[in-house]
Write a protein that binds this ligand. Structure first.
Ligand SMILES: NC(=O)c1ccc[n+]([C@@H]2O[C@H](COP(=O)([O-])OP(=O)(O)OC[C@H]3O[C@@H](n4cnc5c(N)ncnc54)[C@H](O)[C@@H]3O)[C@@H](O)[C@H]2O)c1
Length: 493
């Protein structure tokens, strides 16, 4: 097959109905298969439910006993809108079943989708041991020729490495091939993303294998077929680019603060350019979650392993690390000292809509504030944290109660309707740092609170901002004839 990249981006008339997540209009896969999905987390559970909806018979293998017990009882261990309903329907239809036994999971499977975690190691390199374990576990009990489909996010070369690793582990007469089919879902929108993909990427070294994987999905979904290394890189590079956009937004935000400009408006204007797009261009406390920091680190690690320089990706990482430090510095400047301060923290999840706190900037912020001598009282509508050095309460006004400063770190829509006067009434101090731009800034101000954001500069008449442009306008000759201007510029620098 194919080392060249072929694309098919059909725009058939059924597209609008196939974009729905309603079962009544659900498109079907070209050919129903017996599929084993390994891992019942965000990716595996979404794939298991989604593939069953598309007509496949799915057995989902989950190693965590607690999680498995919930799934077998028809309960969903993660917060993901819509999954519970589809899960109930597909378990009822007999097309979806959960098991902890690899032999049971693989009884009829022709394809096994590996959806296990690939967390970062402490040094940032990817830890692929779960993946290797899962691949070996299903290979040894395969009953027929098997395609291992890697949906986990992995560095380029991993599919080839897996093939080497499982060679010889398969029962006699069983041939195992490995394909890449990276997952692009967003937590809290997982089902929508599954049924409405921007693209299905299939990386295989053989046309037959590529077809088998592609046929898991309806024929009119946008499909990119390529070699395995390219497919693996699509996911790493896409997440690196998204991380880059967020870091760039934070860089522009820093510049806006120094210039007395408004990053919200400036970045909105940038994002309206169709070549750029508005998604992921909001300033804030930096990117987090289980994917962007990990995949950016993985991208850098894999580049390092082959001696390729990736300074742009490295810069995104550096800027992200500075994002939460800049919020701490702002608080410190407003409060005079952080030692002994009480901080109210609104939001713990890495983004709104999910209870996932993996690598959450809000948690990193809380830890840093506590390390600097603060006490943190935090609220989140969904996320629950244990073993963090903070007091978690179930009411945002309680989190704000007695606080010297209030920080909003996750853009939950519910925070938009907080009553600024009530906040002012319960807080001990008056500093509000809205890092995710959800509060009504004018209501905050009217309530007598001192509101700050990320990237919201405060223009002053005497800001030095216009002096250099003036010099650049006058040019060296004219500037030389206007010594007072030059002196003024120098004085303000
Ligand atoms: N979460 C996301 O938004 C997202 C999006 C795209 C890609 N990904 C990638 O997909 C992969 C999975 O991510 P996730 O968020 O679903 O992880 P997760 O931690 O939510 O789920 C992984 C599941 O696999 C199970 N598991 C591990 N080893 C197993 C084994 N040998 N047999 C059976 N079950 C096993 C775990 O118990 C867990 O339930 C990662 O590589 C991640 O980077 C995640």
């Amino acid at each position: 097959m194919t080392t060249s990249t072929s694309t098919s981006t059909s725009t058939s008339t059924s597209t609008s109905t196939s974009m729905s997540t309603s079962t009544a209009t659900r498109p079907q896969a070209a050919r129903p298969r017996h599929v084993c999905v390994v891992g019942g987390g965000y990716v595996g559970l979404t794939a298991a439910v989604g593939l069953a909806e598309l007509g496949h018979t799915v057995r989902c293998l989950e190693a965590d006993r607690g999680r498995l017990a919930l799934l077998q009882a028809g309960q969903v261990p993660i917060h993901e809108p819509g999954i519970a309903e589809l899960l109930a329907g597909q378990m009822g239809s007999g097309r979806l079943r959960f098991t902890g036994d690899p032999a049971d999971a693989m009884e009829e499977a022709e394809l096994a989708l590996l959806c296990v975690g690939t967390p970062p190691r402490p040094d940032g390199d990817p830890d692929l041991r779960q993946l290797a374990g899962a691949a070996a576990e299903v290979t040894v009990v395969a009953r027929r020729d098997l395609v291992l489909v890697v949906k986990s996010t992995v560095p380029p070369g991993s599919c080839e490495a897996l093939e080497l690793l499982v060679a010889g582990a398969a029962p006699e007469g069983v041939r195992v091939r490995v394909a890449s089919n990276p997952e692009f879902l967003r937590e809290s929108e997982a089902l929508w993303d599954f049924f409405n993909p921007d693209r299905v990427v299939v990386g295989a070294e053989d046309d037959g294998v590529a077809q088998q994987v592609a046929q898991l999905y309806p024929p009119d979904w946008p499909l990119l077929v390529c070699d395995r290394r390219s497919a693996e890189l699509v996911k790493y590079a896409a997440n690196t680019f998204l991380a880059l956009k967020i870091s760039f937004a934070n860089e522009v935000a820093g510049l806006c603060e120094a210039l007395g400009a408004d990053a919200g408006k400036a970045l909105a204007g940038v994002g309206l350019d169709r070549r750029i797009g508005e998604a992921f261009l909001a300033p804030g406390p930096g990117f987090g979650g289980s994917c962007l920091p990990k995949d950016l680190a993985g991208f850098i690690a894999v580049a390092g392993s082959v001696g390729a320089a990736v300074p742009v990706a490295r810069a995104a990482q550096v800027v992200n690390q500075a994002a939460s430090a800049s919020i701490v510095a702002k608080l410190s400047a407003r409060l005079g000292t952080l030692e002994g301060a009480r901080i109210g923290l609104l939001g713990l999840a890495f983004k709104a809509g999910t209870g996932d706190v993996r690598d959450s900037p809000a948690i990193a912020l809380a830890r840093e504030l506590v390390a600097r001598g603060c006490t943190v009282w935090a609220h989140d509508p969904l996320a629950v944290v244990n073993d963090e050095p903070l007091v978690q309460v179930d009411d945002p006004y309680v989190a704000a109660g007695g606080a010297d400063a209030l920080v909003v770190a996750t853009a939950w829509p519910a925070y938009r309707s907080l009553d600024a006067h009530r906040l002012r009434g319960v807080m001990a101090g008056h500093v509000v740092l809205d890092a995710v731009d959800v509060l009504d800034a004018s209501a905050v101000q009217q309530a007598g609170l001192d509101g700050y954001g990320v990237g919201r500069g405060r223009p002053t008449t005497f800001a030095p901002v216009p002096w250099r442009p003036l010099e650049w306008m006058l040019g060296p000759v004219e500037a030389a004839a206007a010594p007072s201007t030059r002196t003024g510029a120098a004085a303000h620098r």
